[in-house]
Design a protein around this ligand. Sequence first.
Ligand code: ADP
Length: 232
Amino acid sequence: MFLEVKGAKRTYGSDDNKIQVLKGIDVDLEEGKICTILGPSGSGKSTLLNVIGGLETIDSGEIIIDGINISKLSPKELTKYRRDLLGFIFQFYNLVPNLTVKENIEVCEYLSNNSLDMDELLNILGLYNHKDKFPRQLSGGQQQRAAIARALIKNPKLLLCDEPTGALDYKTSKEILELIQSVNEKYKTTMLIVTHNEAIKDMSHKVIKVRDGLIEESYENETIMPAKDVTW
Ligand code: ADP
């Protein structure tokens, strides 16, 4: 199994302000699959993504990614894990404003000796003609494409997406979903997508519903819908 989360628990705060956000979560996912994580606001989805991404630690349980038990890593080893294996995509792109599209991507390119071809990636993402522009000169969809290129350039084994279409209109969201699906097919990148958009579940291999810090439902789809046919 490429990704295994076993009995993950996480509490924030102390004494009277204690809140248990993850109450014993189990997830597994095979390599190359897309998994959508659904659930109401505050149910613990982002925290789950963040502990898998090594941005937060768990109090107990285990997280094993590609054979690495990340719950046992030192902060320095966690940094290496993030650098070597992971790509992140967020709702609000987080591009560096005074770097061009190409420069934003290059920041991450040097992190890997297994990086993808820059021009190929720019072409696939429809960014080639925008590569010398600054983020403020791009639409939201183009900025998200640039953020996706930045996450993908080092050819990560695992792509973590937190509300990747949350700030985009319907048409642009669909374009981004088509892109995410084609990247999954082309590069076999394993993907975890936290979203409020229920429609994304139809283009995922696996769907997990989180409620109040626990897995409420988990299932695999027998057929995967092409992203272009997903509607909401
Ligand atoms: P979701 O992504 O499902 O909306 P989150 O994982 O962001 O849920 O948050 C779950 C709960 O944990 C929320 O009640 C949130 O306020 C709380 N929480 C998240 N991060 C922190 C933090 N760093 N400190 C304290 N509470 C937090």
